[in-house]
Each structure stands twice: as structure tokens, then as C-alpha cells.
Design a protein around this ligand. Structure first.
Ligand SMILES: C[S@@+](CC[C@H](N)C(=O)[O-])C[C@H]1O[C@@H](n2cnc3c(N)ncnc32)[C@H](O)[C@@H]1O
Length: 377
């Protein structure tokens, strides 16, 4: 039976792209934004796309088994005004909960910025976890990085999944290798839901992985893992010849006279120069031997320079597409600046493809049956 999906806050369709590749049929999608809606509809022809405020569309959502949503990150983003759930856009989360209550899909997958885990001493994440786990889903979250899915970008995103009809603690987002480094004592705690902590009493930032069920949770700091076949660097994806409009060589050479050569890597990103050795992103020159820093929708970031041979230039929209894991011309038809913003806002399809594939192919680890599974390590 073909799985039917609904995509909320669809943007340019990062989740949709992943679902298409997995043979999942996206039957309904929604976004408010003109440009995102235009790009979505020009790339994905089947199913219904509705351009509107989601709060006005509750009644038109058809029944489905998988719900995906990349909630607007601005209310939670460190680049934003840090208003969190108090921001009116934060209430979009309530819309999502409402839709989950009505349709009760078998699975859901949400994506958001890393800062959600620490914002306001974990209060926002606790609120989110508390609401979702009271809907009779087993919730699991994990911080994932685009670099671990074969993309040349340091992009950490929190993925939250919900699975229905499960009372047993199990993990879809951990490998046996991840589990093998968790202490035996902690594993025993994870296996016994009664020993999990009360979410609302928690007042600290949350670790990068955890499970939650019926307003209780358990969490741990997992080391990163890689699902990538091979590591990809910027030099592997850059365009050999680009329009001179992307070139800033002359002015950059002048600016470099007052810059310091740094030559270091930070989170896999090669930093060649820094203005006076400082950390201001706007003055940094990146190299192509590492990966890109997190692409964002914020305009100042789109002028960042990369040293490519003897040239200093910004990245092209085609390079943005490749860094995020989209086809080269996915956002064709809107301005270069809009393309940067749309890609910067999107979820990398390879990252969520991995997650959704684990869900639909039932690849999980049962915690209360670990003694038998240990042999598999
Ligand atoms: C972080 S982006 C999601 C990007 C998407 N996952 C992708 O791959 O492109 C959030 C999206 O939510 C949309 N949005 C914001 N408020 C909305 C609302 N009230 N109703 C529907 N969509 C909304 C924005 O237009 C934006 O495209």
C-alpha cells in the first residue's frame, strides 16, 4: 500500500523531494509564501498544493499516514529575535498539534533549528515535547548534521519524530553503534518508561538525543554518526565557470590587505582569512577544501566570499542547491536573492530521506530487548 503524506510549511519541498524518492505519495501540501509556493508547484505536479495560512486550512487536509513539517525557524532561531513560543508565529506549533489530533497519522517528522534544544533554558523544547508526547505518540529527537548525509555543509538540525501504536521504548534514529556507547545503567533506565523524568520539571537545555512518552522523557548525549557513503567537500560541487556577477576578486584583494590569514577549520568549514583575526562572519573568507557553513535565508550571509583558485566570489544558486541536496535548477524562475533565501530555509532532502526511510521500513532498536540484540553489535 502506498503511504500518503501531507507536507506542512512546505517551502520548496525538501520533505517532498525525499518522499518522492522513497515512493511516498504526497497528497496535500501547504505554504503561505508566494515564491516558495511558485517553486513548489513548478517542481511537484501531483497532489494538491494550497497557498494559504495553515490556520485557515484545517478542514481541507485529507487523511494521511505521514505528516512532515519544517516549522518556521525564525521564532526559535539564534539569528532571530529570540522570542520563541511567545512570538505569534510560535502558535503555528499549536496548529500543528491540532492537525495531529484530528488526523492521528502513523508517523510524523518535524525539523527545526538546533537552538530549540537550549532556548530559554530548554523551556520551549519542554513545551513542545510535552504537547507532542501527550498525543499518544512515542517521540524521539536527534540532532543531525547535513555533513553526515553526504552534503558539503555544516548544518545541524533537530529532527523530532513521532510513531503511533507503540508503548515499548525503541529508537529509529540510533544505530547499534550509538547504543553501544550508552552506559548499562542508562540503558536500563531507557528500557523502563516508568523511570523517565517528568518533562515539565526539567529546566535545562536538552541533550542531542532523547525519547519521550506521555509527558515523560529520557535523554543522552550521543556522539555524531555518519550515514554518508563518502564525505563531500565544497571543491567537489563548485561550478567551474560562473557569471562575473558572482565575482568579488578586485574589492576582496583590497580588503585582504587588512585581514589576517587564518587557515583553520571550524566545524569542517575552512576559514582562509578573517578580518583582523576576528570572528565576524561578514569579513570571513572561506576555502573550498572544507564544507560550507550553514546556509541561511539571511541576506548578509549571501555575500560571503569563497577563495576559489585565484578568484574570490560568492556562491551561486546552483551551488546552494548542491550544498542542500536539491537538483541544480530547483529554484529557477525567481531572483538569485530569493533562491538563496529559499534554499537557506529548506530542509536537506538526503537528511530527511534517511529519517523517513528508517520509519517506513521499520528500522528500529528495541530497548527492552537489548540483551538479545547485543549479539548484533
Ligand atoms: C523553515 S521553512 C520550511 C522549509 C521547507 N521545509 C523546505 O524544505 O523548503 C518554513 C515555511 O513556513 C512557511 N509559513 C510560515 N508561516 C506560515 C503559515 N501561517 N501558514 C503556512 N505556511 C507558513 C514559510 O513561508 C516557510 O516557507
Amino acid at each position: 500500500m502506498t503511504i500518503k503524506a501531507v507536507e506542512l510549511f512546505a517551502g520548496i519541498g525538501g520533505f517532498r523531494f525525499a518522499c518522492d524518492e522513497l515512493g511516498i505519495k504526497t497528497i496535500w501540501a501547504n505554504d503561505l509564501d508566494d515564491k516558495a509556493s511558485k517553486i513548489y508547484q513548478q517542481n511537484f505536479k501531483s497532489g494538491t498544493f494550497v497557498q494559504d495560512d495553515i490556520k485557515k486550512q484545517f478542514d481541507s487536509i485529507p487523511s494521511h499516514q505521514l505528516l512532515t513539517a519544517g516549522l518556521p525557524c525564525q521564532p526559535f532561531s539564534s539569528a532571530g529575535k529570540k522570542k520563541g513560543l511567545n512570538d505569534s508565529r510560535g502558535t503555528l506549533f499549536e496548529s500543528l498539534v491540532h492537525i495531529l489530533k484530528i488526523h492521528s497519522p502513523t508517523f510524523f517528522v518535524l525539523e527545526n533549528v538546533k537552538r530549540l534544544l537550549s532556548m530559554d533554558k530548554g523551556k520551549h523544547f519542554a513545551t513542545i515535547l510535552d504537547s507532542l508526547s501527550s498525543l499518544d505518540y512515542l517521540i524521539e529527537w536527534r540532532l543531525l548534521n547535513a555533513i553526515d548525509f553526504g552534503l558539503p555543509q555544516h548544518r545541524e538540525r533537530i529532527i523530532i519524530i513521532g510513531t503511533k501504536n507503540t508503548v515499548q521504548p525503541k529508537s529509529f534514529l540510533c544505530s547499534h553503534r550509538d547504543i553501544s556507547v550508552i552506559s548499562k545503567n542508562q540503558l536500563n533506565q531507557i528500557a523502563c518508561v516508568d523511570r523517565w523524568a517528568n518533562i515539565i520539571k526539567h529546566d535545562d537545555k536538552f541533550p542531542n538525543w532523547g525519547l519521550s512518552y506521555h509527558n515523560q522523557f529520557i535523554s543522552d548525549h550521543l556522539t555524531t554518526f555518519s550515514a554518508a557513503q563518502k564525505s563531500v567537500r565544497l571543491k567537489d560541487i563548485i561550478q567551474k565557470q560562473v557569471d562575473p556577477a558572482f565575482d568579488f576578486t578586485r574589492e576582496t584583494l583590497t580588503r585582504l590587505k587588512s585581514s589576517q590569514r587564518v587557515e583553520k577549520y571550524y566545524n569542517g568549514v575552512e576559514i582562509v582569512y578573517n578580518q583582523k583575526g576576528g570572528a565576524r562572519m561578514g569579513y570571513t573568507i572561506f576555502g573550498i577544501n572544507g564544507v560550507a557553513p550553514t546556509l541561511t535565508s539571511s541576506t548578509s550571509r549571501h555575500y560571503e566570499r569563497y577563495k576559489i583558485g585565484n578568484q574570490y566570489r560568492r556562491l551561486t544558486p546552483i551551488e546552494y542547491a548542491r550544498i542542500q541536496g536539491f537538483p541544480d535548477n530547483h529554484c529557477e524562475g525567481v531572483s538569485v536573492y530569493d533562491q538563496y533565501a529559499l534554499y537557506g530555509n529548506a530542509v536537506p532532502p538526503p537528511m530527511v530521506k534517511w529519517v523517513i526511510n528508517r520509519l517506513i521500513s521499520n528500522q528500529f532498536i528495541h530497548f527492552n530487548d537489548l540483551n538479545n540484540q547485543m549479539e548484533l553489535f
